[in-house]
Write a protein that binds this ligand. Sequence first.
Ligand SMILES: *Cc1c(COP(=O)(O)O)cnc(C)c1O
Length: 384
Amino acid sequence: MNQLFLPFALPEIGEEEIAEVVSTLRSGWVTTGPKAKQFEADFAELIGGGVEAIAVNSATAGLHLGLEALGIGPGDEVITTTHTFTATAEIIRYLGADPVFVDVDAKTLCIDVAAVDAAITPRTKAIIPVHFGGRAADMVALLAVARKHGLRVMEDAAHALPTTCGGKLVGTLDSDITVFSFYANKTITTGEGGMLVTRNPDIANRARVMRLHGINRDAFDRFTSKTPSWYYEIVAPGFKYNMTDVAAAMGIHQLKKANLFQQKRAHIAALYDAAFAQLPIICPPHAEIGDIHSWHLYPIQLDDSVEVGRDTFIDSMFAQGIGCSVHYIPLHLHPYWRETYKLTPEMFPDSQHIYEHTLSLPIYPRMTGADVARVIAAVKVALG
Ligand SMILES: *Cc1c(COP(=O)(O)O)cnc(C)c1O
């Protein structure tokens, strides 16, 4: 029996990433420079559809820059889902605007588009859907609602590389902005990092300027172009959100493996699906037929018939050496959001029910067949 603890998530870092980081360190250029530029170009090419890609030091930074570029400010409302990580909503507060939280569709675990429609007021300016776990939200319906009301759409695609929706890669849909995350446990990683993607040149230019102090040329341009290297102009009170070349060096090689990683995750998801088919477990929703699910997460729901509670179930998994997590403690339960916006569980019955019955199992490329079998065996024991 393997007694080693199986962590909930582990990055898959190869020798290529390590060599590129080392050569970056030796190059003398460690902050934003040639590697970040190359990573942006490679990313834009992989996404396709003529997008511009702007590398930042987190998806949270990218989401903040995106909403800022859309001109969101005090008095504005932005609709998003309660069933997400706090970063999705906190960036709305950074700009002094107010999030309006809606429930999820229990079938997709993504934002309920009918609830979005019902939540629109004269103050509503934008919608932020989340592709939960890497399964695309219903973007056709959501974009139709946005268009009908003249609202902007920014996709939180922190889980969604690579994910498709209607056969199109997330990042190329008809929204204004899409933001990806390269946090340590995401589908590809740069340790910390993110990418803002848009086809709108005004948004791209604004995000580029605001990502580095509101300077109208970045440091790399300053030190490599012909005009005097010391000269720059500040055109806005910007942020410090640029991606370092050390991080981008990892990203260049992680990106090449994004499709392979997705295939490995999809394989694990299929093994779980088959193993749990006869158990009182609700498996996570699949992508629509013909679409790609990134399988960032594999959240299971315990059926109402399961006697053992979710917390006890997770304790049992840990006791058997398997790390699990919960995605998410919905925002309506956290003190800041609950108290500021007077939120109650009754306002979000689907998210609340899912939260109380759900846990996420390990799913990452480094897992072996034996690891997957161990998780499956532990689930059967934990069910009691
Ligand atoms: C991870 C995550 C983020 C934030 O990503 P960072 O790169 O850590 O800033 C935002 N939204 C969702 C849904 C996430 O899971």
